[in-house]
Design a protein around this ligand. Structure first.
Ligand code: AQP
Length: 339
């Protein structure tokens, strides 16, 4: 049931592969922390996933995998609405309306599209190009106030704000100038961009062809130890000054991961390890990772054997999301002049 006094939080994860430490520290860990004081909707954004071709069988199992990670990481279906985007058709309907609000020039500035399309821009799907409009629809459909995301989504959030403002202005005589609340991003600085373990200038990503670039939830303890021991560093010892990390992206990344998982300030981590070699630091980092990931992995194994439970949670989530989106979509259609 919606608690009208609480701020509405919306966020989502794409079911495009095995979830990793970046998804956890940049997004899912924050989702968990928000549940008590906010009205949270956490979505599995499968319509976003198909902006890049997905094997249908993999997509189906990835959807359930994201749901399992949500639950195993501590999202409580009694407190938060967990659902699959495509089971609530209003997301796609509102995205179309927002396609008609967003200016082409705004989409042309989106760096994620440029990065994902690369040199192949003429040949990627038009869905990839209008992806930010669907994301805006996800958020605005529930009149969300806050959106916890990693740093890579900041630009899309700014676009969502522009879209909401333009809609409010274009239809001010019909819905008022503050019909859609202007949502705020919730980005935790230190963990907002976790980088690849192989290249500190590239974000840790599900689609990186090298599994050694990321820590996945399903990694065994031995795999975690191996990935961290092979994580790229450099021949210099750990510095004592944060400024000395500037030209050492891989070292910076490992220290940030440590700081984020341990809850210690980066400065404190530096003073504990400055002047030391990486072998001791990497051992401690592996221990910390295992302490965080092992309980989630065990819960994932348990949920893997209880698919009925998982599907029940998702169905209930769809019912609740539909209840809300139905009411909101009626208002939106009415304002735009659709019946
Ligand atoms: N490396 C990261 N550091 C911090 N946060 C991250 N997020 C993703 N990668 C990092 C955050 O996780 C949430 C869900 O991301 P997503 O799966 O919807 O999309 P993405 O950002 O495109 O993630 P990937 O792993 O890079 O997927 P692919 O390879 O499929 O494109 C978002 O809040 C995101 O900020």
């Amino acid at each position: 049931m919606q608690d009208k006094k609480k701020k509405v939080v919306f966020s989502g994860v794409q079911p495009t592969g095995s979830l990793h430490l970046g998804n956890y520290l940049g997004a899912i860990k924050n989702f968990v922390g928000l549940q008590d004081d906010h009205d949270c909707l956490y979505c599995i954004v499968d319509l976003h996933a198909i902006t890049v071709w997905q094997n249908p069988n993999d997509l189906k199992s990835n959807i359930l995998d994201v749901a399992s990670v949500y639950l195993a990481a501590g999202i409580d279906p009694k407190k938060s609405v967990i659902f699959v985007q495509s089971t609530v058709p209003h997301h796609a309907e509102l995205a179309w309306i927002l396609n008609c609000i967003t200016r082409i020039g705004w989409l042309n500035r989106m760096t994620q599209f440029k990065e994902k399309a690369g040199k192949n821009r003429e040949n990627v799907s038009s869905g990839l190009y209008t992806y930010p409009n669907l994301m805006a629809a996800d958020i605005l459909l529930y009149f969300s106030d806050l959106v916890p995301v990693g740093d890579d989504q900041k630009q899309h959030l700014e676009l969502t704000r522009d879209i909401a403002q333009k809609f409010n202005n274009d239809y001010s005589n019909f819905g008022g100038t503050d019909f859609f609340p202007i949502p705020d991003p919730l980005i935790l600085d230190e963990s907002s961009r976790i980088m690849s373990l192989r290249d500190g200038t590239k974000k840790m990503s599900k689609s990186d062809p090298s599994v050694m670039s990321r820590i996945e939830f399903k990694d065994s303890n031995d795999q975690i130890i191996k990935k961290i021991s092979k994580a790229k560093t450099d021949p210099l010892p750990i510095p004592s000054n944060i400024n000395d990390l500037e030209r050492r992206p891989e070292v910076n990344n490992l220290l940030l991961i440590f700081s984020s998982l341990s809850g210690s300030k980066l400065n404190d981590v530096l003073s504990d390890y400055s002047g030391k070699q990486f072998s001791q630091f990497k051992k401690d980092l592996s221990d910390l990772l295992i302490a965080n990931i092992e309980p989630i992995r065990e819960e994932l194994t348990r949920l893997d054997n209880d698919q009925v439970f998982l599907r029940e949670i998702l169905e209930k989530g769809t019912d609740e999301a539909m209840k809300r989106s139905n009411i909101n979509m009626k208002k939106i259609r009415d304002i735009v002049g659709l019946n």
